[in-house]
Design a binder for this molecule. Structure first.
Ligand code: 4G0
Length: 247
């Protein structure tokens, strides 16, 4: 996959993109990443990239000509989406990450200030994605979150265990959160490990994990249960949980 990022702060990507998974992806030829400096497309002697908004009010807006030139210089074809990282975008979810991972190439645009000129959005932006309902000082951190979520959907990046199938928010658990995990030692600061996990009864372990996933989802993200893929046995267990909490 090729990922091009347009940003005023290309050096922000360096430490993250040289970290383990990103580096592995680049080393194995699964990722061709490039950060492009939007300022490189400014033309005046001060290399101005922003201007005050028409109509007044605070803040600065990325100049349309500079951003449009940057996008046009990087864009190679019409199939690859040009995605604006924006708090107004559609929310990044597991499903969106999976959808984006199927593209051969992504072009991510990171705005700063109050945003970008609406005409560039109209003419050159194909998609707009938000990593959550909060405002950041720039789209760079949002782009890095998106890149991480998209790359770990690419087969062969997480090693043999293929943990992406089991992930919370993947379909491995039918849309449930994962339950608790334990590793050695068997006793830690007075706390033990559930006996079933050391029993060697694999069917019992599976059943316990399923129930823990249902319990955790109900406690932490009850909104996810409406869309979760639950069996009759799962539903009976959930009903019991809710009844027990009632008394
Ligand atoms: C474009 C993304 C970029 C428009 C970017 C702000 C939060 C996110 C930016 C704006 C960002 C997110 C309209 C304020 C830069 N903040 N939640 N800031 N507006 O993904």
């Amino acid at each position: 996959m090729k990922i091009d990022v347009l940003t005023l702060f290309p050096s922000m990507f360096e430490p993250v993109m040289s970290e383990s998974m990103m580096w592995k992806a680049r080393d194995r030829g699964l990722l061709d990443f490039q950060a492009h400096d939007i300022r490189g497309y400014a033309v005046d002697k001060h290399r101005t990239v922003d201007d005050s908004p028409y109509g007044g009010g605070g803040g600065m807006i990325l100049k349309p000509d500079v951003l449009a030139r940057a996008i046009e210089a990087v864009k190679a074809d019409d199939q690859s989406p040009v995605i604006l990282m924006s708090p107004q975008g559609r929310l990044l979810t597991h499903a969106v990450a999976l959808e984006l991972s199927r593209h051969a190439r992504l072009i991510l645009v990171c705005g700063r200030y109050e945003g970008i000129d609406e005409r560039v959005r109209e003419l050159a932006i194909n998609d707009e994605i938000s990593i959550g309902d909060y405002v950041l000082t720039g789209g760079e951190l949002a782009a890095m979150v998106l890149i991480d979520a998209v790359l770990r959907q690419i087969p062969g990046l997480l090693g043999a265990e293929g943990a992406q199938d089991r992930d919370s928010h993947a379909d491995g658990l039918g849309g449930l959160l994962e339950g608790p995990h334990y590793t050695r030692p068997a006793e830690f600061r007075g706390l033990g490990v559930p006996a079933v996990l050391t029993s060697g009864h694999h069917a019992e372990v599976d059943r316990w994990r399923r129930r823990q996933a249902i319990k955790r989802t109900w406690q932490m993200r009850p909104d996810l249960l409406a869309r979760a893929n639950l069996s009759d046995e799962d539903r009976a267990f959930l009903a019991q949980l809710m009844e027990d909490a009632g008394d």
